[in-house]
Design a binder for this molecule. Sequence first.
Ligand SMILES: *[C@@H]1O[C@H](CO)[C@@H](O)[C@H](O)[C@H]1NC(C)=O
Length: 166
Amino acid sequence: MNHFVLLLLYTLGTSAVLADPNKEETRPSEQPRLSADSKPSEEPNGQKSEPCSKGCSCIQDDYSLELNVYCSTRNFTQVPSDIPLSTRSLWLDGNLFTTLPAAAFEKLSNLEFLNLQSSLLVSLDGHVFRGLNSLAHLHLERNNIRSLPGIVFQGTPNLASLKMPM
Ligand SMILES: *[C@@H]1O[C@H](CO)[C@@H](O)[C@H](O)[C@H]1NC(C)=O
């Protein structure tokens, strides 16, 4: 918490020095939700949003700025390769994977939540979750996975909850 407060004070101090006095009233949290059409240059925190994965819906949380990507029930047989790297939560439930290969999510090092429910999964490669360093919550319910490779969670040091049928 102390680090956060210090960072906040630092940020406030910096912006107090650098901010144009005329713009002090337009903090991102006070902008109307649909301001993007009228003011395309004023995205929150000046972040550039990556394009959304084809066939999926991307929603950025207004306050946390975390990116949620919804790819449920799209009849995907493979994990899309164009999922934004900043994705925090990814819904891939209801697809037609049957199996997932090594490194299927390798670049998604910010991913904290992954839903793979009801996706006809029968098997997972031992290295399927490689690179998911932030993953905390994984849903594998309603698949037909009978066993998992012993090493499958070696790539997910922060896993806190796993839901799957016994
Ligand atoms: C998925 O496949 C089913 C059966 O072919 C079809 O009815 C449905 O519209 C497809 N859904 C999508 C999102 O393509």
